[in-house]
Design a protein around this ligand. Structure first.
Ligand code: NAD
Ligand code: UFG
Length: 337
């Protein structure tokens, strides 16, 4: 079994992935600066898994801590989650996004190179496809210019890591293109803690369901989709986390770069999500149709055949399970606040 450095391991997707890595018998070392997460997540990961985790509070921009981690631990591979991820904020603070998500990433890749660690799983995004010409969207669909700096940082990282693999034949890189991760750990101990006004759909719907906000603002109902609202491929974060374990196993046994979609292959509309949430919370969720949100696409969902054939992975949980686990987590969070 391998020892994995998980950057951003106390974050939403990182924490769930740590649980799955531990249950697959890997050892986990986390590096996180806690910019968007809390240290008690480490205890929760340990509580769920019954295993211990080594935690370093620090930044991927800091060479000293990177060298310390690679010296104190025999790292076999890195899963790189650490990034800033708010699309709107990236338009206001492009330099901070490029500094953290591109500068920080290159710093990490250089540290890996210095310490002879050549296997990396990178958190990319379906955002690299823009609005694809054809759905379901396969990995060979053209990469389109992003509408915001956050999306551009994903495209740049994909290019940087591909160039690295072209130059260094002993590197192994997985570019995992996530569709829309939602849900929470079924224990209710891990989930996405919304910071300020949620940008993403499900945390917003959850806050309306809890009575913390008046209504869901549905960004447009005049798209060319079955009910006119945006369609996305929502994937349970636990499924997504498990996909990383398979991707890691693949990367540890192959060289070169592979881009793989992680989604369910099924598209749901905004109204589908609201109605699914109504069922689990047991009451109506008010919503209002608003103007389209700038930069949004009409629909995208994944062609998941490559994940199945290459990694032997496919998602197990449906939308009902995703919203049920999200609701369980949000209710618990609300009780403890
Ligand atoms: P998150 O904000 O919950 O987790 C990211 C973690 O990285 C946080 O704990 C944060 O404190 C940490 N971090 C940020 N900058 C850091 C730095 N310089 N040094 C050390 N730690 C740092 O986000 P998430 O939803 O778990 O996303 C994880 C990754 O997946 C990100 O790269 C994100 O861009 C990508 N992604 C997320 C989504 C999504 O919808 N959540 C979709 C596609 C891709
Ligand atoms: N939506 C609303 N109201 C809201 C929030 C969202 O109607 O309050 C709609 C959007 O218009 C869209 C759908 O819900 O149709 C999903 O929106 P999200 O903001 O939850 O997700 P996006 O698909 O826009 O983007 C997410 C991440 C990106 C990532 C992308 C692809 O935020 O970082 O998925 O993985 F790049």
């Amino acid at each position: 079994m391998a020892t994995i450095l998980v950057t951003g391991g106390t974050g939403f997707i990182g924490s769930h992935t740590c649980v799955e890595l531990l249950s697959a018998n890997h050892d986990v070392v986390i590096l996180d600066n806690l910019y968007n997460s809390k240290e008690d997540v480490v205890k929760r990961i340990e509580q769920i898994s019954g295993r211990s985790v080594r935690f370093y509070k620090g930044d991927i921009l800091d060479d000293t801590i990177l060298d310390q981690i690679f010296t104190e631990n025999t790292i076999d591979a890195v899963i790189h989650f650490a990034a800033l991820k708010a699309v709107g904020e990236s338009m206001e603070k492009p330099l901070e996004y490029y500094h953290n998500n591109v500068g920080g990433a290159v710093n990490l890749y250089l540290a890996m190179q210095r310490h002879g660690v050549h296997t990396i799983v990178f958190s990319s995004s379906a955002t690299v496809y823009g609005q694809p010409k054809k759905v379901p969207c396969a990995e060979d669909a053209p990469i389109q210019e992003a509408t915001n700096p956050y999306g551009t940082t994903k495209i740049y990282n994909e290019k940087i890591l591909s160039d690295l693999c072209a130059a260094k034949k002993d590197f192994s890189v997985m570019l995992l293109r996530y569709f829309n991760p939602i849900g929470a750990h079924p224990s209710g101990l891990l989930g996405e803690v919304p910071n300020g006004v949620p940008n993403n759909l499900t945390p917003y719907v959850a806050q309306v369901a809890l009575g913390q906000r008046e209504f869901v603002r549905v960004w447009g109902n005049d798209y060319d989709t079955p009910d006119g609202t945006g369609v996305r491929d929502y994937i349970h974060v636990v499924d997504l986390a498990k996909g990383h374990v398979n991707a890691l196993d693949y990367a540890l046994h192959h060289h070169g770069v592979q881009a793989v979609n992680l989604g369910t292959g099924v598209g749901y509309s905004v109204l589908d999500v609201i109605h699914a949430y109504e069922k689990v919370c047991g009451h109506k969720i008010p919503y209002q149709i608003m103007e389209r949100r700038g930069g949004d696409i009409a629909e995208n969902y994944a062609d998941v055949s490559k994940a199945k054939t290459l990694l032997g992975w496919s998602a197990q949980y449906d939308l009902n399970q995703m919203v049920a686990d999200s609701w369980h987590f949000m209710e618990k969070l609300n009780e403890n606040q």
